[in-house]
Design a protein around this ligand. Structure first.
Ligand SMILES: O=c1[nH]c(=O)c2[nH]c(=O)[nH]c2[nH]1
Length: 310
């Protein structure tokens, strides 16, 4: 039976583009997931393998990053319109461009003090938390005598768009990483903390308040730590909780290092450094994974090492 080609489209899907604009030391994030699908006169590539009409998907990816740098991202709609128009008007064979964009919403992390580092006295200028996507968790164990309550959260996504460095590390023959003096630090916090409550009804913690406060202290420590490594930030987050919440004795973190790479736009004559309007590729894997327990001095660690990601 003869066959014919039906509907077809192609392009680069899920280009993760992050653009940071700097208004003095107040930063603004645009965080998009952009998928390009092009269609038009593409019979030949399917029938004969001739690529004469094919703009590479790699080029569509580069266009997304270059447009983010050159034209900015005012809104997802404006950005998508600009890209779609470009593909259809600049390439004869392309008749239809479909640009799908997901935009991830970020809120500024609120802080407790009115230090001048902060906007409106209570928000950090370069620290953000992804809107409402975390999951709260708890595990209660009772053997008829002893209680153990381990609570926590996962998927609390946070980002500092500056105040993070990483340098001075070991270098061997396989090391290619460049030292960073101003990088994005982003992670999805998974944390489990253990309460020291022993079952006395009179001394039961206010669980709601405790969760809210642990979360708050963790976010504030993330925002306020000038970070030399994610390990150092982790320790600050843990110790802030232990020092401010007497009902919590131990906390274990699992923190992926959500790498953001400055895109090389040199080939397109665009300078892209960490100054205003920097455009990053937000990689999803592989990622560094930094895990540690922070304990009140003198207590026994009891949170299982592999529990953090449950
Ligand atoms: O904060 C970091 N800690 C590391 O251990 C590490 N390793 C790496 O490649 N980048 C980073 N960043």
């Amino acid at each position: 039976m003869p066959t014919i080609l039906g509907q077809n489209q192609y392009g680069k899907a899920e280009n993760r583009v992050v653009r940071i604009t700097r208004d003095g030391d107040t930063h603004h994030i645009k965080d998009l997931n952009v998928s390009v699908a092009l269609s038009g006169d593409m019979d030949d590539v399917h029938y004969s393998g001739s690529n004469a009409n094919v703009l590479p998907t790699d080029t569509t990816k580069n266009t997304v990053y270059a447009f983010a740098k050159e034209h900015g991202i005012e809104s997802a709609e404006q950005f998508g319109i600009h890209l779609a128009r470009h593909f259809v008007t600049s390439q004869e064979p392309i008749e239809v461009a479909r640009i799908r964009i997901e935009e991830y919403a970020w809120e500024r992390i609120a802080t407790s003090d009115g230090n001048s580092k902060f906007i409106g006295a209570d928000e950090v200028k370069h620290s953000f938390v992804r809107k409402g996507q975390e999951t709260r968790t708890t595990q209660i164990t009772f053997d008829g005598e002893k209680w153990e309550v381990i609570s926590g959260l996962k998927d609390l996504t946070v980002m500092n768009s500056t105040n993070s460095e990483f340098w001075g590390y070991v270098k061997d023959r396989y090391t290619t990483l460049k030292e960073a003096y101003d990088r994005i630090l982003a992670t999805d916090v998974s944390a489990r903390w253990r309460y020291n409550w022993t079952g006395d009804e009179q001394r039961m913690p206010n669980w709601e308040k405790s969760y809210e406060q642990a979360r708050k202290h963790m976010l504030q420590a993330f925002a306020e730590t000038y970070s030399l490594s994610l390990q150092q930030t982790l320790y600050q987050m843990g110790s802030r909780i232990i020092n401010s919440r007497s009902e919590i004795d131990e906390i274990r973190f699992s923190l992926p290092n959500n790498h953001h790479f400055l895109v090389d736009l040199e080939p397109f004559g665009l300078e892209n450094d960490t100054a205003d309007g920097a455009v990053y590729f937000a990689a999803d894997r592989p990622y560094g994974l930094i895990e540690a327990t922070v304990l009140r001095d003198g207590v026994e660690p009891k949170i299982p090492v592999d529990m953090t990601n449950l």
